[in-house]
Write a protein that binds this ligand. Structure first.
Ligand code: NAD
Length: 369
């Protein structure tokens, strides 16, 4: 397999964690006989400095002509005073939009080895394994009309939550297909007792479910879902949500894992898939080797699965992440003073590469017998 991957490391800890994800992808290519070509392009604050815009045309063109985009993080305090459209974050939103990535997948996994990092009791968080499928290009964040008004000396503001049948159908299919490869359950989240968009959402999702008879569908109201997610996260397999509800629930779900640095994401459905850790540029720890690269490495595993259809390789990378945690290795965000081995960002990357190679070699040995 030959893959061209655009690497947009971005700002703060972005370059540190992305470098480790690229090392792991290199190891995957070596072990499995693939050719991965990496090209680095600026995005965010670094692009503003170099080229005067958070998403230069050359970066966007390179992304659109690649097989996948691996992104670190964007955002820097020195740009906080800029207008919203000129800030580093605007580059990321424009990129997601230009790629047509309407489906955001965010796996939330509770690792037994770091269960003490979650504020949830271990007996609640244990074995939670959720895939959040969030609609990314519709709903309140993009609906028109929107605006700020000033009438009769009083200010008001409004946004529009709008969904078409086709927008709901395409994201529902992503969720049901994902469930087929998992525990075959989809929980669709809405507010159908109040919102017309949710009533249409529920009707369309119910219709799409008929094409997937082996998958169990349940509907939950967003408010009840927020409670169940913390009370009993194991009850969820695939969660299907619209844009705003997904934004809120996926951050809530992050507490199950225990550190923002562990979470990966894939934004797919468009011309080219975009893979990035969930966290931001973490200026408070940037440049000091303190960042946890496991979310970025897990994003690389999603890239292998969704943009290259390399399921075996993807699973081996995920198994390597689990293996290093089981072996007691931690980055500082996962250190709870338990006497575990606390590593720098690049050392953690090295441990994952080694664990991956061990897993891949074991597979070779098994097949050779
Ligand atoms: P953040 O995610 O950067 O950091 C929040 C906290 O988590 C910080 O204490 C940070 O040190 C810690 N943290 C984050 N990632 C970590 C990792 N991999 N390892 C260890 N600790 C980690 O959020 P923030 O501080 O609110 O935002 C900082 C900048 O990032 C802002 O400019 C913001 O706009 C931007 N941001 C970008 C993205 C993105 O690129 N997708 C997402 C969120 C925020």
């Amino acid at each position: 397999m030959k893959l061209k991957i655009a690497v947009l490391a971005g700002d703060g800890i972005g370059p540190e964690v992305t470098a480790q994800a690229v090392r792991v992808l290199d190891a995957v290519a070596d072990q499995h006989g693939h050719t991965f070509e990496f090209e680095e392009w600026p995005v965010g604050g670094v692009a503003i400095k170099q080229e005067g815009a958070p998403l230069p045309a050359s970066t966007l063109d390179a992304c659109l002509s690649s097989n996948a985009v691996l992104l670190g993080a964007v955002g820097a305090p020195e740009h906080d005073k800029l207008a919203a459209a000129a800030r580093p974050e605007a580059g990321l939103l424009a990129l997601r939009n230009a790629l047509g990535a309407y489906a955001n997948l965010r796996p939330v996994v509770s690792y037994e080895a770091i269960s003490e990092c979650s504020p949830l009791r271990p007996d609640i968080a244990r074995d939670a394994d959720i895939l959040i499928v969030r609609e990314l290009l519709g709903g309140l964040y993009f609906g028109q009309p929107r605006g700020l008004l000033s009438e009769a000396g009083t200010a008001s503001a409004f946004n529009t939550m709008r969904y078409s049948v086709s927008e709901i159908e395409r994201i529902a299919h992503v969720a049901f297909k994902a469930a087929l490869a998992r525990r075959q359950k989809v929980t669709s989240i809405d507010k159908a007792n109040v919102l017309e968009t949710s009533q249409l959402w529920r009707k369309v999702v119910t219709a799409v479910a008929k094409e997937y008879p082996s998958v169990t569908l349940e509907h939950l109201y967003i408010d009840a879902c927020a409670m169940h997610l913390i009370m009993n996260p194991r009850r969820f397999d695939v969660m299907l949500t619209e844009n705003l509800f997904g934004d809120i629930l996926s951050d809530e779900a992050a507490v199950i894992t225990g550190s923002l640095g562990m979470l990966a994401s894939a934004s797919i459905g468009g011309a080219v898939g975009l893979y990035e850790p969930v966290h931001g540029s973490a200026p408070d720890i940037a440049g000091r080797g303190l960042a946890n690269p496991l979310g970025a490495i897990a994003s690389a595993a999603l890239l292998l699965r969704h943009s290259a259809n390399l399921e075996q390789e993807s699973k081996e990378v995920e198994a390597a992440i689990r293996a290093v945690l089981n072996a007691g290795y931690r980055t500082p965000d996962l250190d709870r003073g338990t006497g575990k081995l606390v590593l720098q960002t690049s050392e953690m990357g090295s441990r994952v590469v080694e664990a991956f190679s061990d897993i891949a070699n074991e597979r070779h040995a098994y097949h050779a017998v």
